[in-house]
Design a protein around this ligand. Sequence first.
Ligand SMILES: *Cc1c(COP(=O)(O)O)cnc(C)c1O
Length: 344
Amino acid sequence: MTSATLTIDLRAIVRNWQALDAMTEVETGAVVKASGYGLSAPHVAQALAKAGARQFFVATAQEGADLRAHLGFGPEIHVFSGHMAGDTDAIRSAHLIPHLNSVDQMLRHVEALPGAAFGIQLDSGMNRLGMEPAEWSAVRDIAIAQGPVLLMSHLACADDADHPMNAQQLETFRAMTDGLDVPRSLAATGGVLLGPDYHFDLTRPGVGLYGGLPFVDAEPVVTLDLPVIQIRDVAAGEAVGYGNTWIASRPSRVATVSGGYADGLIRAMGPGATLFAGDAPCPVIGRVSMDLITADVTDVDGDPEALQLLGRHNSVDSVADAAGTIGYEILTALGGRYQRDYLA
Ligand SMILES: *Cc1c(COP(=O)(O)O)cnc(C)c1O
């Protein structure tokens, strides 16, 4: 076997969704944008739909149309980027719910698809997507008369429970939506953990489903095993890899595994990362290259056939730490060359 194996535990994703659902009294949706955070939106959404999820969120209308083809009609598919020029056919034929981000998008939607479902995204302070408070107060009555199915906003700092931005955005969102008879959604994974004030009518967790922070109690979802291509002995003083960045300080055994930055194992994780042979840690040594990583297996008994990068000993967040990034980026970067096994 030459390619690495990425094992994706759909049962763990379902249990993470159920655990986040159990933390609220309201409906729990699921964010499956960027192909289910890199793990395959069709697989993830089908497993969650079977478990009872009815509201799915994607980033673009194209993602929504692709997902609809796998999910069939029934579950709702919401689109964060709203109704962009060129999206009308996809929104109509796939019955998507665009979350309109501006007056321009609202005009486009009601002109192109009068009577078709939509939501509205409001900017409560993040300044990324959605209508701002002044814009909203100007069009609110007209917009509400068109019958939006959801009013939503997004929190900028929800991964930090103590951040004052959370309460500030909550207050702004309330001021923009209190008294309107329309369901509301504010919480992603971090917002679910902030407590009931943030839950409103529907939550939209993403990363927590896939085993990432800030959901500390999430079950791990992905396992990544990199097959060993070759093991060699290296004398003290010899170098390993590009740039001679690692020099053996003792007689060493070096394993070269299949997998590199072209597979999303980003180069920046370099020597801070650790692979595992069973329970034995094998530090990454030298530079991560395009297709290969080298690891120190001097202290491992025997010749391991594969080394594990993600799994029991390494979460997406510990790998992210080694690379100076976040679990979201490690997940969504996981590449196309893996043999993908889905546990259902
Ligand atoms: C990505 C995203 C989510 C999900 O966020 P997580 O932190 O992954 O739970 C929810 N809402 C919006 C608007 C998003 O862009």
